[in-house]
Design a protein around this ligand. Structure first.
Ligand SMILES: [Zn+2]
Length: 257
C-alpha cells in the first residue's frame, strides 16, 4: 500500500545516489531517524530547501511494495543560516547529527534537545557556542540514560562541592561517577596525570542538570576547566555512540577544540 504522510523534520545529512538523486537522513519527533530519497537535478527548487539543519514540515510518499520513501515537498520554517557562518559551528552541528544517527535517537524530548542546540548554534557567538556544545553533550548523555553521580565521591561518599574549585577529581573508566581529590591522594593517584576534571567542572555539570538553561548560560568557567570538561565529554560521547565518531576523528584539534 502506498501512502502520503507529513511530519515535522530536521535534515541531518545528505548522500548522493546516482547522478541526480540524494538519500536524505531526517530526524523526526515521532519516528526518530528516517531516510528518504530526494529526486531532482541541481536546478530543482526542492533540492535547495532540503539542506542540512533546515527544519520544517516535510511531505513524504511511501511505496511499501518497493520499500522506498521519497520527499514530495518541504516547507522550511527555520534555515539556521548562522551555522554555516563558522567552521566551528558547522563542525559542532555535524557532530550533533552524527551522534543522533549513531545512537538511533528517538523521542520528543531528544528531538527538542537537538532543536534547542541547533537553534542556539545558529544565533550564538562562537565562544558561547563552544560552551553550548559542552552543555549539549552532557544533556545528551542524560537523555541516553547514562546516569552519572556528580554530587558525591563514588568511593568515600564525600560531597564534591566541599573541595575547592581548582582541585581535580578523576572519572571512573566505566562511568558512573568521580573519585574525589582525597581518595586520589590516598590511593597514590596523581589526578593531574589522569583525564581529570576540576571540581569547578563537576559543579558545572551539576548545574546543567539542575538549573534552568537561562541560569546555566550565565555561568562562566575557567579556561583550564573548559579544556578538562571538553576532554571528558568528548570521550564519554564516543563511548555512548559505541563507535568512534567520524566527526571527532576529523576534528582539527587546534581549530575546533
Ligand atoms: Zn573520596
Amino acid at each position: 500500500m502506498n501512502r502520503n504522510s507529513e511530519t515535522e523534520a530536521t535534515v541531518l545529512a545528505l548522500k548522493q545516489v546516482g547522478e541526480q538523486n540524494r538519500l536524505v537522513t531526517l530526524f523526526t519527533p515521532k519516528d526518530g531517524v528516517i531516510t528518504a530519497v530526494l529526486y531532482g537535478g541541481p536546478k530543482s527548487k526542492l533540492r535547495a530547501m532540503v539542506s542540512p539543519y533546515h527544519r520544517g514540515r516535510i511531505w513524504l510518499y511511501t511505496d511499501t511494495v518497493r520499500n522506498s520513501c521519497k520527499i514530495s515537498d518541504f516547507d522550511v520554517q527555520n534555515f539556521r543560516p548562522g551555522i554555516r557562518e563558522s567552521l566551528f559551528k558547522t563542525w559542532a552541528a555535524s557532530l550533533c547529527a552524527e551522534l543522533v544517527i549513531k545512537t538511533y535517537a528517538r523521542g520528543e524530548s531528544t528531538y527538542k534537545l537537538v532543536q534547542g542546540f541547533l537553534d542556539g548554534l545558529d544565533i550564538a557567538q562562537e565562544q558561547q557556542a563552544r560552551l553550548g556544545l559542552l552543555r549539549f553533550l552532557w544533556r545528551y548523555q542524560c537523555e541516553l540514560g547514562l546516569q552519572y553521580n556528580t554530587a558525591t565521591c563514588i568511593q568515600c561518599g564525600a560531597l564534591l562541592s566541599g573541595f575547592s574549585p581548582e582541585e581535580q577529581a578523576v572519572p571512573l573508566q566505566s562511568g558512573g561517577g568521580f573519585i574525589c581529590p582525597d581518595c586520589c591522594k590516598a590511593g597514590g593517584t596523581d589526578a593531574a596525570l589522569m583525564n581529570s576534571v576540576s571540581i569547578e567542572g563537576i559543579l558545572y555539570l551539576q548545574a546543567i542538570e539542575n538549573a534552568s538553561p537561562q541560569e546555566v548560560r550565565l555561568l562562566r568557567i575557567s579556561q583550564s576547566t573548559f579544556s578538562s570538561l571538553q576532554g571528558f565529554l568528548l570521550e564519554r560521547t564516543n563511548k555512548a555512540a559505541d563507535t568512534r565518531l567520524k566527526t571527532l576523528e576529523t576534528a582539527n584539534l587546534g581549530l575546533f577544540l
